[in-house]
Design a binder for this molecule. Structure first.
Ligand code: 13P
Length: 253
């Protein structure tokens, strides 16, 4: 059975005390409202991770937003998957479009990051998504397929079964332009079909595929009701405890 997941991505926001305070609010609210099988995750900047992992317990899991592709060494300013795991994190976002766009991260590098994350016991939330131009010129299925093929389809079936895919259309991120539930479902079904063709139908059926891009408490229910949408990767709305918890609650309504 694939898991229902709501993951927040705080991006480069919140000073230390602000992060602790927001996270504590979320944990308290989720304790009362989270029922069923869904998983809540907060992906925070590195400086927050250690403290959040102590506070989160098994109520809200913690993830990083990136990791380096090497095990350790002379890479000034970088943080390894092993270090992230060592503070109690379970997840790491890999291949977010902001990493691809502003830090020139490309599929083959992201494939290395995915492998090192898995080797260190982290679950990658692997992001793919097309730009507005790619959507408008109709090449988006090709773009998404090549991100899958070059990013994660090199994994063994056993390793692939451990990852989560996030579809985040670049044109919907931080713009208020959410993909319609039909647009998102079309792509999620396509991703699942590609996984079935590469691996098998059971692995495809068991892979959680999250939607990200201007997801909020108003549109989450309709998005999450689609058969191939297993939850969300939430940016702006994860910075407000009420909004984030309301999105989690849509699974219970
Ligand atoms: P927004 O929800 O702010 O559009 O961001 C989505 C995102 O990039 C999550 O990773």
């Amino acid at each position: 059975m694939r898991k229902k997941i709501v993951a927040g991505n705080w991006k480069m926001n919140l000073e230390y005390a602000e992060g602790i305070s927001l996270f504590s609010e979320i944990v308290n609210m989720v304790k009362d409202e989270k029922k069923g099988e869904q998983i809540a995750i907060i992906c925070a900047p590195y400086i927050h991770l250690n403290s959040l992992a102590q506070l989160g317990g098994s109520t809200v899991f913690i993830g990083a937003q990136n990791c380096h592709q090497k095990e350790s060494g002379a890479y000034t300013g970088e943080t390894s998957a092993k270090m992230i795991k060592s503070v109690g994190c379970e997840y790491v976002i890999i291949g977010h479009s902001e990493r691809r766009q502003y830090f020139a991260e490309f599929d083959e590098l992201l494939a290395e990051k995915t492998i090192i994350a898995l080797q260190n016991g982290l679950t990658p939330l692997f992001c793919i998504g097309e730009t507005l131009d790619e959507r408008n010129n109709g090449s988006y299925f090709d773009v998404l397929k090549s991100q899958l093929v070059n990013g994660v389809f090199g994994l063994s079936a056993a390793d692939f079964s451990k990852i989560v895919i996030a579809y985040e259309p670049v044109w919907a991120i931080g713009t208020g332009l959410t993909a319609t539930s039909e647009q998102a479902q079309e792509v999620h079904a396509f991703i699942r079909k590609e996984i079935a063709e590469k691996y098998d139908q059971t692995i495809a059926d068991d892979t959680s595929i999250l939607y990200g891009g201007s997801c909020n408490p108003k549109n989450a229910a309709e998005l999450f009701a689609q058969p191939d949408i297993d939850g969300g990767l939430i940016g702006g709305a994860s910075l407000k405890s009420r909004d984030f918890v309301d999105i989690i609650k849509t699974f219970n309504s």
